[in-house]
Design a protein around this ligand. Structure first.
Ligand SMILES: *[C@@H]1O[C@H](CO)[C@@H](O)[C@H](O)[C@H]1NC(C)=O
Ligand SMILES: *[C@@H]1O[C@H](CO)[C@@H](O)[C@H](O)[C@H]1NC(C)=O
Ligand SMILES: *[C@@H]1O[C@H](CO)[C@@H](O)[C@H](O)[C@H]1NC(C)=O
Ligand SMILES: *[C@@H]1O[C@H](CO)[C@@H](O)[C@H](O)[C@H]1NC(C)=O
Length: 203
């Protein structure tokens, strides 16, 4: 019970804080220490592979990106890079471009298959909020590490790693291995704490 209250309080605090960002990231987790608050091109400062939160998305269904532009109006642009260390000369391939008619939480379903992407690919998804407020247009950047492939169902331990075990895969397996061993309530608290960390970076 205590754990549940603590988690709820942290989550509520995180939500209040994220409301103050130019663009808060609700999910998936962005590159570490990054929030779409940053004006810095191309990844809001998280250009290099340092420490990554890799999210696995299935290619054969749409994948939700939940972002909250908190002022102005404009559009939310999604691109992807195949370069994992993203620079200004990395080629950005378009994924989607959605209108933002008012500050709110937007859930954008991305269709990776439609973009020609395949199982086993590692990509960096970039979201740009091109927002106009008081006649001034600014761009806020954030990036996400994404792996395309089979999404593990919760609690399933029988996972097949069919793709080549490169360095990235081993980093990822280590992470998911440690996450799997955590209890459900610990996960909830961690999730809320992560939300708080994101919100804290929003300033
Ligand atoms: C992952 O994202 C959280 C926020 O959700 C952040 O605090 C953390 O530094 C990121 N990196 C890793 C490796 O978990
Ligand atoms: C990318 O270009 C912008 C200017 O368009 C610059 O402000 C930024 O520092 C550059 N980013 C990198 C990683 O060089
Ligand atoms: C950004 O917003 C401005 C103002 O609405 C618009 O003119 C411009 O075309 C937009 N840029 C992109 C890349 O969508
Ligand atoms: C793992 O892959 C093998 C061969 O492709 C298959 O027979 C087996 O059912 C798979 N196991 C799981 C848990 O998916």
């Amino acid at each position: 019970m205590v754990k549940i209250f603590a988690s709820a309080a942290v989550t509520a605090f995180a939500l209040v804080q994220s409301a103050c960002a130019h663009m808060a990231v609700i999910s998936p987790p962005p590159r570490s220490g990054i929030i779409g608050n940053e004006l810095l091109k191309p990844c809001g400062g998280g250009n290099q592979v340092v420490d990554r939160n890799i999210t696995t998305f299935a290619v054969d269904s749409t994948s939700n990106f939940v972002l909250r532009p908190s002022h102005g109006t404009g559009n939310l642009i999604f691109n992807y890079f195949t370069d994992l260390d993203v620079t200004n000369s990395s080629k950005a391939y378009p994924l989607d471009d959605v209108p933002i008619s008012k500050p709110d939480t937007y859930t954008v379903p991305i269709d990776f298959a439609k973009a020609g992407l395949k199982d086993g690919q590692h990509i960096v998804v970039q979201a740009i909020y091109n927002g106009t407020d008081d006649g001034e247009t600014e761009q806020y950047y954030v990036c996400f590490d994404v792996k395309l492939g089979e999404v593990e169902s919760a609690g399933s331990d029988s996972e097949n790693h069919s793709d080549s075990e490169d360095e990235l895969d081993s980093v990822e397996s280590t992470k998911s291995g440690s996450i799997k061993s955590a209890s459900v309530s610990a996960k909830a608290v961690l999730g809320a704490a992560a939300g708080l960390a994101i919100a804290a970076f929003a300033f």
